[in-house]
Write a protein of this length. Structure first.
Length: 316
């Protein structure tokens, strides 16, 4: 059980919008912000939200300061990332985890933000949320199932229960049968692998591990998975929930390289743990939302994930 639960988002919540990684596209950012306002949210935009420093949304110290400001601001109910990209790991040396722990709030993002989601869980023992962001998701309008999963997870102080989405049955596939229960842990594969050997390497023993990525060559996916496996981090995982890994292989690559799905099969299936592939999370047009740090149950045969514990507490 987490030692700190962030307060649930209220109706008409005030969201602090930050860009801890790459700079957002102005047109898509504007559309995403408009979509949030249409849903009744009040928005506080971080001072450096529109900064640009090469491939980053501003200097490291400024992006870290924006995060601190949003957690410390009593008017802000939750912190939502504009997008992922690159560079979030550069904030880790600057983050004041004691400040974040003193001002617990839902922190939401995915992709490159994986590093921050895991770091906050590890240092603060507070659940974080691998869930839709402003630019890639709200800008394209969330489908009802996607929105319901996002809002229920962040606003309801009861366990969210089973994630309901037709794609869990029509798109996802069972690679290893069985059920698994454990703490939900994971994120974007390449970012998780990059944390190995650092103070922010998560403990995966007994967890239900979710993984996904985007634009990763099958050879790199293989390297990341083998890095996790050879480090012993997969030995005691209870089960696996694998999302999409969109990658457009050219004709030569299709001739010489295994498909990404086969790479996952070859490396994970022999471990004999319940395993679902192609679950609609992460870099998916309409991704479902997952908590990091609360107990879940994976039924691989039904291709269902049930969230067993609340990820937020009632507001005082």
């Amino acid at each position: 059980m987490p030692s700190v639960l962030p307060p649930a988002l209220p109706e008409g919540a005030t969201l602090g919008i930050v860009a801890p990684a790459s700079p957002p596209c102005e047109e898509r950012l504007t559309r995403g912000l408009e979509a949030l306002r249409e849903r009744g949210f009040r928005l506080v935009l971080a001072p450096h939200l529109r900064d640009r420093y090469g491939h980053l949304a501003g200097a490291d110290v400024d992006r870290a300061a924006d995060l601190h400001a949003m957690f410390a601001d009593p008017a802000v109910d939750g912190v939502l990332c504009a997008r992922g990209g690159n560079g979030a790991s550069r904030l880790l040396p600057y983050l004041d985890f004691n400040l974040i722990r003193r001002h617990p709030k839902p922190f939401v993002g995915y992709s490159d933000v994986t590093t921050l989601l895991l770091a906050i869980w590890i240092r603060c023992e507070m659940p974080t949320f691998f869930a839709p962001m402003v630019q890639p998701d709200f800008a394209r309008r969330l489908a009802p199932a996607c929105w319901d999963a996002w809002w229920r997870l962040l606003s309801c102080s009861e366990p969210a229960g089973i994630l309901h989405d037709l794609r869990c049955q029509t798109q996802a596939t069972t690679l290893v049968s069985g059920t698994a229960e454990g703490v939900c842990m994971g994120g974007t594969l390449s970012l998780l692998a990059a944390l190995l050997g650092t103070p922010f390497q998560p403990d995966l023993a007994g967890c239900v591990l979710f993984l996904e990525d985007i634009h990763e060559h099958p050879g790199r996916v293989e390297r990341y998975l083998m890095q996790l496996r050879l480090a012993g981090l997969l030995d005691d995982v209870a089960g696996f929930l694998i999302g999409t890994t969109p990658y457009e292989a050219d004709e030569e690559e299709r001739r010489w390289f295994l498909p990404v799905e086969q790479v996952y099969r070859d490396i994970l299936v022999p471990l004999g743990k319940p395993l679902v592939y192609n679950f609609p999370i992460g870099h998916e047009p309409q991704p479902l939302s997952l908590p990091i740090g609360v107990r879940v149950q994976l039924d691989a045969d039904r291709r269902e994930l049930a969230i067993l514990e609340p990820a937020v507490r009632p507001r005082r």
